[in-house]
Design a protein around this ligand. Structure first.
Ligand code: VGL
Ligand code: ZN
Length: 198
């Protein structure tokens, strides 16, 4: 049983957004087209309270894309993005959200970020997605969306670790690519047994 997991196709990750990914909006139409090939479609939504600890604006003297150390390990600091209720947090207006059985929100706890759709950045706090998928008998996941080297990567690695069959369709993803993070992400996913297709 297969499901399509569409990661964070939100205004803030598209051109003009607060954390714009180059070409982020180019994935919308082909993702909509791909949905018809899947019985089950799940969307994720990055969903941060104002003042979230992953925002550089919360850390005196820090700029976006610098690193900091959290209780749970190293954390990239981001521009304020995907603030709950904001336009930037909404899905891209052309994304076919009607097809989704589930919209999974993540990153809503102020003190901890959540790149992965399965676990927050402590790699321990579950989002509940694993239970949802297992109860529905889903064994295989195809991942698409934004951004390849952050939320897609961490979701794919966790899914593989949990024993799901995982495919990432690279052409339906776009990357932030901070200092080689795209190449590293592709290596890590391949090593973890994630199928990377065109
Ligand atoms: C993401 C950085 C911060 C993503 C979310 O969706 O890849 N990246 N929050
Ligand atoms: Zn975020």
């Amino acid at each position: 049983m297969q499901a399509l997991l569409v990661i964070d196709v939100q205004n803030d990750f598209c051109p003009g957004g607060a954390l714009a990914v180059e070409g982020g909006d180019a994935v919308v139409a082909p993702i909509n087209a791909l949905m018809s090939a899947y019985e089950t479609v799940i969307l994720t939504q990055d969903w941060h309270p104002a003042g979230h600890s992953s925002f550089a604006s919360e850390h005196a003297g820090k700029s976006p894309f610098e690193m900091t150390e959290m209780d749970y390990g190293p954390q990239v600091l981001w521009p304020d993005h995907c603030v709950i209720g904001s336009k930037g947090a909404r899905f891209h207006p052309d994304l076919d959200t009607d097809r989704a059985d589930l919209v999974l929100r993540k990153g809503f706890r102020r003190a901890i970020d959540s790149y992965s759709a399965f676990f927050e950045n402590d790699h321990a706090t579950p989002t509940g997605l694993e239970g949802y998928l297992r109860e529905r008998g889903i064994t295989d996941l195809t991942l698409v969306g934004l951004a390849t080297d952050f939320c897609v990567k961490f979701s794919a690695l966790d899914a593989a670790k949990l024993g799901f069959g995982v495919t990432v369709k690279r052409d339906l993803c776009r990357a932030i690519d901070l200092e080689g993070s795209l190449a590293a992400a592709l290596d890590e996913m391949a090593t973890a047994g994630v199928q990377l297709t065109g």
